[in-house]
Design a protein around this ligand. Structure first.
Ligand SMILES: [Zn+2]
Length: 221
């Protein structure tokens, strides 16, 4: 019986583990806060988030033309799901650093080592980083107490691998996390993985817009 139980736990563990994105999900209290948003009235004004881009390389500098093409595709995708929320790249620069995605998500120290000197206050800081595995993206998020976002350092970072950037749907997936979303298994949904993705459902769109208004208001114009 014990063996069966541990097998079930192991299967659950592996199924719950997403190889492509390891961003934390809202917990029970976080989900309560998010469901409360649905009864919160928000104004209808458009939100614009400025994005500062950092192209992180180690030995070989990637061609900016290639990065720009993939970045344009990812940003266009992020701007396509709602008229009420827009993302505008306001700066991009190269950063020479040996960071790789898997290390960043395992170590806040490594994350800060790359980001603290580069983060632009008031913007979403998008770091395009190298990866040595299937990991495509990572976003440091709170699992609850979202009202603390403006008081904390380094919570405006989104990490996308070069491969993830060329996919086009990874940046918008990470932005989904940035605005309170967890994962889903619905294929084609931006918050799923291992399949083609091109849509949010109505609940997710509402969550993003309300979360952005209420908990990320310190960032939008
Ligand atoms: Zn994810």
């Amino acid at each position: 019986m014990k063996k069966i139980l541990s097998l079930v736990i192991m299967i659950g563990f592996f199924c719950g583990c997403n190889p492509d994105c390891v961003t934390k999900m809202p917990n029970k209290e976080g989900n309560r806060q998010i469901s409360e948003l649905f009864t919160t009235d928000i104004d209808d004004a458009e939100m614009v988030f400025n994005v500062s881009v950092f192209v992180v390389y180690h030995r070989t500098k990637p061609a900016m033309s290639e990065v720009s093409r993939d970045l344009d595709k990812s940003v266009a995708e992020a701007n396509s799901f709602s008229d009420k929320i827009k993302f505008k790249v306001v700066s991009s620069k190269y950063v020479k650093h040996n960071a790789i995605l898997a290390n960043i998500r395992q170590s806040k120290k490594k994350e800060d080592d790359l980001c603290t000197a580069n983060d632009v206050e008031g913007n979403i800081n998008l770091y395009i980083v190298r990866t040595d595995n299937d990991l495509e993206g990572y976003t440091p998020v709170l699992q609850n107490n979202f009202e603390e976002y403006p008081t904390l350092d380094g919570m405006e970072r989104v990490f996308v691998s070069y491969g993830g950037l060329s996919d086009g749907a990874v940046f918008i997936h990470e932005l989904g996390h940035f605005f309170g979303l967890g994962h889903t298994n619905e294929c084609r949904n931006y918050m799923s993985y291992n399949c083609y993705r091109d849509t949010f459902d109505a609940n997710q769109r509402t969550t993003i817009l309300k979360f952005a208004k209420v908990y990320r208001s310190y960032l939008h114009q």
